[in-house]
Design a binder for this molecule. Structure first.
Ligand SMILES: C[S@@+](CC[C@H](N)C(=O)[O-])C[C@H]1O[C@@H](n2cnc3c(N)ncnc32)[C@H](O)[C@@H]1O
Length: 121
């Protein structure tokens, strides 16, 4: 309800911007903290490995702090099977990652978040 109220009040002021990963309409380092919820990893049948890697790079590009992506499982609650490969791929491109436990579990299997931080400037 808080979101719907905010959306109604501030859409006309440009607070909400439509965009589609893996391309975002913001400058490099535009945000201190970038959050991405219930998109990456959850829809593995629709988005392939390369899309996930490109989306992660784009989220890091617009962040000057860190990126948090939640959760790390598919719709079946099982861990996304390509996660370690993705982390290696990102690391090779200068993006560090860390899996963090969280105390918020929307459904079984959603108890972890991926933190990303670019190490290249
Ligand atoms: C399950 S909803 C999650 C919404 C919200 N982030 C949350 O956690 O409540 C998934 C959202 O991803 C959006 N979406 C689908 N494809 C996308 C893309 N390529 N880039 C960005 N968002 C996308 C959908 O429109 C939908 O709003």
């Amino acid at each position: 309800m808080r979101f719907l109220g905010d959306y109604a009040d501030y859409f006309v002021h440009g607070r909400y911007v439509g965009a589609a990963l893996p391309h975002l309409p913001w400058a490099d380092g535009a945000f201190d903290l970038v959050l991405c919820a219930h998109l990456l990893f959850l829809y593995a049948a629709r988005f392939d490995f390369d899309w996930h890697a490109a989306a992660c790079r784009e989220l890091v590009r617009v962040s000057r702090g860190e990126v948090r992506i939640h959760p790390l499982c598919g719709l079946d609650g099982k861990p996304w099977p390509e996660l370690e490969r993705l982390r290696r791929t990102l690391a090779a491109g200068g993006i560090d990652s860390e899996i963090m436990p969280v105390d918020y579990e929307f459904f079984i299997g959603t108890g972890t978040t991926l933190r990303l931080k670019g190490t290249l400037s």
